[in-house]
Each structure stands twice: as C-alpha cells, then as structure tokens.
Design a protein around this ligand. Structure first.
Ligand code: TRP
Length: 453
C-alpha cells in the first residue's frame, strides 16, 4: 500500500493494530446481548463450533489472499481474477455501513462514561434511564457526533498511533476488570449462579436456525471477517510469520474477551430478572447499558469502577472505529486519488447521513421500520446477516474455483506445516459454502416474514 497512509507505516504496527481492532464493541456490547437473547449456552456452543471451523478457515484464507497478492482487499481479488473485482468493492462497503451505527453505540459509551464521572451513577441504575436516554432526540445525537467527530479528527491528523499505544496498555486492564466484575456478580448476587448455568450449559430445546444465523453474523463481525480487513492485514504480514498460529491467537483472544463479557453481564441480568429466562430472550441492544450501572450501583467503589470500565470500553471502541474509518479513507485516497482531508470529510459525511437515522430510530423516527426492524438493527442486520454471508460465500467460491484451496495451503506452509489443513479444505470447499447459503436464505426469509423461524 502507498506510503501516503500515515497510520500504519511499519509492518508490525499494522499487524498489532489489526489484531487490536478485532476486540471492540462486538465483544463487549454485542456478544452478551445476542447470547442472552438466543438461548445462552446453546448460542455459546454454536458460536465456538463455528469459530473453530468457519472462522478459522475463513481467517486463514483471507490472510493468505492478502499476503499472496500483497494488496488490500479492493485490489486483491481483482488482481487474482478480474471477474472478482466486484467482491473487493462489496467487501469495502461493509465498513461503510458498520462505522456509522458503531459510532452511535460508541456515543452511548461516552455518555455513560461521563455519567459516572459526573456522579450520576444512582440515576443511571434506574430501570427507565436507558430507555429515556435513547428515546430522547438530541442527547444521543450529540454523543454520536462527539464520538464520530473524535474518530475523524484522529484519522485526519494521523495520530492513531498514540491512541493505540494507550489502548494496548488499557486492554489487559479491561480484561482483568471484566473478569473481576464477573466474579463479583457471581459471588454476590442472588440467583447469579443460575445465570452462569444458563450461559454455559447448552439447552438444545432453545436451538433454532436463528441461533446459527445470529452466531455466524457475530463471528464475522467480531473477528472482522468478510469485509476485507483481514486481507489487508495479511498484505502487511511477513512471509516467515505463521498465518495459522496468528489466526488461532486472534480467535482465542477475541472469543476469550467475548466470553468474559458474557460472564460479566448475563448472570447479572439473570439475577435482576429473578431467574426468569423468558425475560432474557427479550433483551436487545441496550443490555450492557441497562445492566452494568445496576451492578456498579450495588458495588463498593462502584462509581470509580464504572468510570474505569466505560473509559476502557470507550478506548476499545475508539481503536475499532479509527480502524474502520481508516480503511474507508484509504480506499478513497487510493481509488479516487483524493487527499486525506477530503477523504475524511466525505467519510464523515456518509457516517453522519447513516448514523443520524440509526440514532433517531430509537426516538423521533421510532415509527420508521425497515422489514420490521428499527433502523440501527436494520443496518446491523444488513451488514452482518446479509452482506457478510454473501461475501464469505463468494470468498469460498473464489478460493475453491479460482485461487484453488492449495494455493492458500502453500502460502500458509511458507512458514511451516499447516496442522489443520484437512479441516480447512473440507470447510472451505463444502461445509462453509453450503451452510452459509442456508444461513443467508433463512435470515432473509425470516426478515421478509416469509418463513417464521
Ligand atoms: N471487530 C470489531 C469489534 O468486535 C468491530 C469491527 C468490525 C471492526 N469490522 C471492523 C473493527 C473493522 C475494525 C475494523 O468491535
């Protein structure tokens, strides 16, 4: 990639940034609410099963495509086969949809951080607080503007390195704090142990196709797959570094953080609902914001913990939003030969155009529904349950018929034996394409209300 990109000059810098960007709101905000909603233990099981099969295979394939072509996603597919150029463009569109609503949630995080700083911990622990907050028009818009504005300023001035350094120090602390909050809730709250069991023990009667649909979307989202990110990441990887090991490390780390976040939130919700599992299935995107302030409220030193926690989640979200924006900005710079400033402004403009409706979908535009979904949910659905499966499917087709699975194997074996080669081959050639198509079909049929799953 061109040296115009001020951010990732060193190869190692990019590798670290890409790995760091996998952990974000996807793990801490999105995973727990999906796990609560889609049956707890069964969701966790399906998620882990998908991550070692689909997730692993797709990740090594994407990294190998990137490293072999030495190009970013938008060029990689086309350079290996002209007919697949569109796939690079399609992949590039995903961050464009994610960034705006990601920033709306990022805004909620900033709001809660300042809420704890200003001593409103008690008020935030009230049942109606979150609903009232997102139901108001201006406040969420303002925090969204602050979050996306900050992201844009950082990308514009190319100062993400500093933020990433801070975030790297904070990330282990965030993990420890999450583990601490989880242990605290489990040990101190009534019924919390029942929540742990709900979260860990699979109840097969709760299984439905939607469990698989949700887990697959979450897998792509959390591991930043099926959007070209890992291809770009691979293009910066040295030939002697093991793709297989790196992929496994990213997966274990990313899943570990998500698992802990679930353990922090689900037993608490279970306890607050008095052990009512049906109440968990009703939970949505607000889960983390509704639950944690209540936990902190009952905790000694809860305000300080709330401040620290929301600050670190904010940093994790910010590094992800920076990397999402940087990805789009660099496409504008490379493909349309625009300057960094103009590109940033355009991306900011697009994000506001999509982000404002996503935020207003909870208040003034509450009546506006697309396929029965609120606007934010719709953007989330369109990217994670429709576009990413399409891209993942086409990537499998590309690897199987154009690139040939063996090319990926050869690329991986440049740095030693490919231990999970058989699994990879079977998944990429047969299992993934068939399952992904089935998943895509069910999510679309369900959304259009043709079949209720
Ligand atoms: N994986 C990130 C998370 O879990 C979100 C994300 C999706 C992302 N795509 C990305 C981050 C691309 C950086 C770049 O929060």
């Amino acid at each position: 990639m061109s040296s115009k990109r001020s951010s990732f000059t060193g190869k190692i810098g990019f590798v670290l940034a890409a790995a760091g960007s996998a952990v974000g709101l996807g793990n801490i905000w999105r995973f727990p609410y999906l796990a609560a909603k889609y049956g707890g233990g069964i969701f966790l099981l399906v998620y882990i099963a998908l991550s070692v099969t689909f997730g692993f295979s797709l990740m090594v394939a994407e990294i190998a495509i990137g490293r072999k072509s030495g190009k970013s996603a938008i060029e990689a597919f086309g350079s290996l086969d002209k007919r697949f150029s569109f796939l690079g463009w399609l992949a590039a569109l995903v961050p464009v949809i994610i960034l705006p609503y990601y920033s709306v949630i990022g805004g909620w995080v900033v709001k809660y951080f300042f809420g704890f700083v200003s001593g409103s911990a008690g008020a935030m622990a009230q049942d109606s607080y979150f609903g009232n907050y997102i139901g108001s028009v201006w406040q969420p818009l303002m925090w969204f503007a602050i979050f996306i504005g900050l992201t844009a300023v950082i990308v514009l001035f190319g100062v993400e390195k500093g933020i990433e350094k801070v975030s790297k120090v904070m990330m282990p602390i965030l993990i420890l704090l999450t583990a601490f909050i989880a242990i605290y809730t489990i040990c101190s709250m009534d019924n919390a142990w029942g929540g742990v069991i709900y979260y860990i023990k699979p109840d097969f009667s709760k299984f439905s196709i939607m469990t698989v649909v949700a887990a697959t979307g979450q897998l792509f989202y959390s591991m930043s797959l099926a959007m070209g990110i890992m291809i770009t990441f691979g293009s910066y990887m040295k030939k002697d570094i093991s793709i297989e090991k790196s992929a496994k490390q990213i997966e274990i780390f990313d899943t570990g953080v998500a698992f802990l976040a679930g353990l922090m939130i689900i037993p608490a919700v279970y306890s607050f609902s008095g052990g009512d599992e049906a109440a968990l299935a009703q939970k949505g995107a607000g889960l983390m914001f509704e639950t944690l302030p209540k936990v902190f409220d009952g905790m000694p030193g809860g305000t300080i913990i709330g401040v620290a926690f929301f600050f670190m989640v904010f940093l994790a979200a910010l590094t992800s939003s920076i990397s999402l924006m940087e990805t789009i900005v660099s496409i504008f710079m490379d493909k349309f030969k625009l300057g960094r400033k103009v590109s940033c402004l355009i991306v900011l403009g697009i994000s506001v155009i999509i982000g404002v409706p996503a935020s207003l979908g909870y208040s003034a535009w509450g009546e506006v529904k697309v396929l029965g979904m609120q606007l934010l949910d719709f953007f989330d659905f369109a990217s994670n349950s429709v576009m990413m499966p399409i891209i993942a499917f086409l990537t499998c087709v590309f690897v199987t018929f154009i690139l040939k699975p063996n090319t990926v194997v050869e690329e991986i074996e440049l740095s030693g034996k490919f231990k999970w080669k058989k699994l990879y081959e079977i998944v990429i050639k047969y299992v993934a394409p068939v399952c992904i198509l089935a998943i895509l079909a069910s999510s679309v049929l369900d959304a259009f209300g043709i079949v209720k799953i």
